[in-house]
Design a protein around this ligand. Structure first.
Ligand SMILES: [Zn+2]
Length: 64
């Protein structure tokens, strides 16, 4: 079995189901799509990103 690259994602506040692409901003991880409020806590996970807006941003990154 080939080890897959571990995907990392962040959730915001109480919404633990929507996983966002992490973006390091000012020493804290924020959702790439800008979801949630600035004062909401983010949690980092080893999970696949499932936020549609973030997935769209991931696609755009591939073309860069
Ligand atoms: Zn997102």
């Amino acid at each position: 079995m080939t080890p897959k690259q571990v995907e990392r994602a962040v959730t915001v506040g109480d919404d633990l189901l929507t996983t966002h692409k992490p973006l390091l901003a000012g020493g804290t991880l924020r959702p790439h799509c800008g979801a949630g409020k600035a004062d909401e806590e983010t949690t980092e996970w080893r999970r696949a990103v499932n936020c549609e807006a973030c997935l769209q941003l991931l696609k755009e990154d591939d073309h860069a």
